[in-house]
Design a protein around this ligand. Structure first.
Ligand SMILES: [Zn+2]
Length: 138
């Protein structure tokens, strides 16, 4: 454990229930909150706080990973659109959240409410199932 959650996520093994895939410069995991089915996070492997610090070639590769993961989420869950967020307020380690949005999600037309930390966690098997569904479309 370190004091950075996402550095720990990067180091966690492929056996983690929510691990989707590892790319050259990033790791994709299922977000523990699934109010928006298929929500996931793409974490840059090296620790940088701000995208402006990331070397250009690494950022370009991260962008490619983001697009690849987004296509897989779209193919797996058929959302009406995907929201992409890169705030870094809670976890200051460069990452992207991919939030599938659905016309009937209750917040269509506006930003998704975050964080939804009051929702209960799901069973590991459910995270594995979501991860596999996305992984199968990569
Ligand atoms: Zn970190």
């Amino acid at each position: 454990m370190t004091d950075c959650l996402f550095c720990d996520v990067v180091r966690n093994g492929a056996e983690a229930a929510n691990r989707i895939a590892e790319f050259e410069h990033s790791v994709a995991v299922v977000h523990f909150q699934q109010a928006f089915r298929g929500r996931c996070i793409l974490v840059l492997k090296p620790h940088y706080v701000d995208v402006l610090e990331v070397p250009g070639d690494v950022h370009a590769a991260l962008n490619d990973d983001l697009r690849r993961l987004g296509r897989a989420v779209r193919a797996a869950f058929r959302p009406d659109r995907i929201n992409y967020s890169n705030f870094g307020n809670v976890e200051p380690h460069v990452h992207w959240q991919l939030i599938p949005r659905y016309r009937d999600d209750g917040y269509w037309g506006g930003p998704p409410p975050m964080p939804e930390t009051k929702l209960p966690l799901l069973a590991d098997a459910t995270y594995r199932e979501i991860a596999e569904k996305i992984r199968s479309k990569l």
